[in-house]
Design a protein around this ligand. Structure first.
Ligand code: NAD
Length: 390
């Protein structure tokens, strides 16, 4: 879409912190934003891990009070978002901190905006909602603990519905301050490290081949692919590998900025119904489809897949785009296998007779599908799910 391709998305107004231990900037950022009453939105694991208490104590030392809500659930359903917004409206908060994976950050962003305006979350959904957010709401600081979704730098909140997923999209969802401390990701278990890492890789790849890609988003994508390809397996095998965790945090952030600028596409369109209907973790839904979707659209983006293959660390000097793109697709499949994510829909116990319903929901994701370098029909989508089945 012409308008979208002409608007360069950046986070100029957002302050971004990176590096091992950079969580230490939090009190200064809270003070800078003039906050006195903070609402921390997180999930039960992080609430119990000691990290949340550490943040509450640190804020107390600078005279800032905080309320913690840890009702976040993974792949948050709309109902959880509605309840959190109601909770936030009863607080007297002036700043929201999102602490956790994409699920916590997406809810924190939404809650911060809707705390100060009317309506249900459902009113603002992209596919079915009729309202548009009218103000930026409370100040927001996002602290990702997975590497990951890139939610800390995007203007999107994703919610699970019965059939699929939908999003609230608005620049008011952008954070004021983003603190990406890779140290916080050390405790992420191997399976979540693998799934979230492939999610980030998928963002970078989909943004790179997107019809809306620009030289700027392409640079972000390629650097993200390089960092993720060299370090994902290491981070999965040894969560204490400091350099691998640093690479993954930068890779996830860069991939987030890349898709914020150029958009995700068909892999996400087909992954959303797997999340909605079968509650498969977002990263795993992307991982199981990545090879099949990219293989299907390969001929429409062969040159770009050659670049991706090179960014993954492979020598492309003597390869045509045709050869390199085929090798790239196989390398993606091997990477997903290496980090032990199941390779077929059947491995996730999805029955054959679910494929039609999945296809019928995927085709509704026009926002995503329109960015694919090959436009996919319902029949194409059915064929992709069928090939991913077994
Ligand atoms: P998540 O937030 O659902 O977390 C997955 C699991 O990891 C949870 O059990 C959580 O408790 C645990 N976890 C998180 N941090 C941990 C840590 N440091 N140590 C140990 N365990 C930890 O997973 P996610 O993949 O980060 O987020 C998925 C959600 O983000 C989905 O709803 C997806 O649709 C959404 N998403 C949003 C965007 C966006 O731009 N807003 C982009 C992609 C995905």
């Amino acid at each position: 879409n012409a308008t979208e391709s002409l608007v360069l998305r950046t986070t100029f107004t957002t302050r971004n912190f990176h590096g091992w231990g950079c969580l230490s900037v939090l009190p200064d950022e809270v003070a800078r934003l003039g906050a006195k009453n903070v609402l921390i939105i997180t999930d039960p694991f992080l609430a119990q891990s000691g990290l949340t208490k550490q943040i509450v104590d640190t804020l107390q030392q600078i005279g800032v009070s905080s309320v913690v809500n840890s009702d976040v659930v993974a792949e948050p359903p709309l109902a959880v978002a509605e309840k959190l917004v109601q909770f936030a409206r009863q607080q007297n908060a002036d700043l929201v901190i999102g602490l956790g994976g994409g699920s916590a950050l997406d809810l924190a962003k939404l809650v911060a905006v809707l705390a100060t305006q009317d309506g249900n979350v459902a009113d603002y959904l992209n596919l079915t909602g009729l309202k548009i957010l009218s103000s930026q709401g409370l100040a927001k600081i996002m602290i990702p603990t997975t590497a990951g979704t890139g939610s800390e730098v995007t203007n999107i909140s994703v919610l699970s519905l019965a059939s699929s997923k939908d999003v609230v999209v608005h620049d008011y969802l952008l954070a004021d301050s983003v603190i990406v401390d890779p140290q916080l990701t050390v405790s992420v278990p191997a399976r979540v490290t693998a799934a979230t890492g492939i999610d980030a890789l998928t963002h970078a790849i989909e943004a790179y081949v997107s019809v809306n890609a620009t030289p700027i988003s392409e640079g972000l994508s390629l650097q993200a692919i390089k960092l993720i390809a060299r370090s994902l397996d290491k981070a999965v095998k040894n969560g204490n590998d400091r350099q691998a965790r640093i690479d993954m945090s930068y890779g996830s952030y860069l991939a987030g900025l890349a898709f914020f600028n150029a958009g995700c596409a068909a892999v996400h369109a087909l992954a959303y119904p797997l999340g909605g209907q079968f509650h498969i973790a977002h990263g795993e839904s992307n991982a199981v489809l990545l090879y099949y979707v990219m293989g299907y659209i390969r001929s429409a983006c062969a040159e770009k897949l050659k670049d991706i293959y090179q960014a993954m660390g492979f020598d492309v000097a003597n390869l045509s785009a045709e050869e390199a793109s085929k090798k790239c697709i196989i390398a993606l499949k091997e990477l997903v296998n290496t980090v032990s994510i199941p390779a077929t829909l059947q491995d996730f116990n999805i029955p054959q007779d679910a494929l039609d319903a999945l296809s019928n929901d995927a085709i509704k994701q026009t926002r995503l599908l329109q960015r694919s370098p090959m436009l996919l029909s319902l029949q194409d989508i059915q064929a992709i799910y069928q090939s991913a089945f077994n």
